[in-house]
Design a protein. Structure first.
Length: 298
């Protein structure tokens, strides 16, 4: 049995977020902050929480997983504001992550490994791009699949109609017709129209600048399942795009393209697993702990 602390934090704009903290018996310097995916929540993925938090505890690493304001489909933000996956403004994830890191530091963990899965990976990368927080010593992007992949894996004509309806909406908080999913007009555009702040994994665009990834100075790990059902191309091709833009090489360096500046890059493809790493949680946990020791604890 792993002892856990269930607690609440408040963001700078007054939104209360619930979460779980697992502290090691022997305290270290590092904390792993895990950001959940779209419409998920802090309690989702119980098997992975158990595997990862127990592995962290054995290695003197604290584990933090909290709701973001994008938890569930619709949730209450403030008295006058609905959030959740249907209504959240992606850029406001910075305030959510700030609040979690603030708690970790308050508890004495000054060095942060910032990790996110799926949309949580977008948020982790975007956070460090915006904040450049010196407490963050490494970034893990799990299931880092671009939402733009849906244009190839889904119904492109239907998505085009939804984009058109969303753009025409006078009130961008208006929900789209239910056939397009439960999203406000603004949320749908953020997810599925290229060029928005959320589009931080632009391997779909050969002319993309990758400015968010190229701004990162700490160690970066990208973890993808070889059978991720949301990918529109082989996992290796996705990983090659990340590697090319995370660190500078002779192949990608030029006056126009200064290349990435990450301390290091690790691309981890877990064979046989899907977007949520179901039935491979132990393998994912082992790979993450091994990477933390190799790239951040040294």
């Amino acid at each position: 049995m792993i002892p856990v602390l269930l607690t609440r934090i408040k963001t700078s704009d007054g939104i209360t977020l619930e979460g779980v903290v697992v502290l090691p018996k022997k305290k270290g310097e590092f904390a792993l902050v895990w950001i959940h995916g779209l419409t998920s929540r802090f309690s989702s993925g119980q098997t992975l929480i158990k595997e990862l938090s127990s592995s962290c505890a054995k290695n003197q690493i604290a584990y933090f997983k909290f709701n973001t304001r994008g938890h569930d489909i619709v949730s209450q933000g403030t008295k006058k504001k609905l959030v959740g996956g249907a209504f959240e403004k992606f850029e406001e994830c910075v305030r959510d992550i700030d609040a979690v890191i603030r708690l970790a530091k308050k508890l004495g963990y000054k060095k942060i490994i910032l990790a996110g899965s799926s949309t949580g990976a977008n948020k982790a990368l975007y956070y460090q791009y915006k904040r450049k927080n010196p407490a963050v010593r490494g970034i893990i992007l799990a299931s880092a699949i671009s939402d733009m992949s849906a244009w190839k894996t889904g119904d492109a004509k239907k998505m085009s109609r939804a984009i058109r309806i969303a753009k025409q909406a006078k009130n961008k908080d208006t929900l789209l017709p239910q056939e397009y999913g439960i999203y406000s007009a603004a949320r749908y555009l953020s997810l599925f129209e290229a060029g928005h702040a959320e589009d931080v994994f632009p391997y779909h665009n050969p002319k993309a600048t990758w400015k968010e990834l190229k701004s990162i100075r700490v160690a970066v790990a990208v973890v993808i399942g070889s059978q991720d059902e949301h990918r529109d191309r082989p996992a290796k091709n996705i990983m090659d795009a990340f590697r090319k833009n995370a660190v500078s090489t002779r192949q990608n360096f030029s006056k126009q393209n200064l290349g990435g500046q990450a301390k290091s890059f690790s691309g981890i493809i877990i064979k046989g697993t899907n977007h949520g790493f179901q039935k491979h949680e132990q393998k994912l946990s082992r790979e993450i702990i091994k990477w933390i020791h190799r790239e951040t604890l040294r």
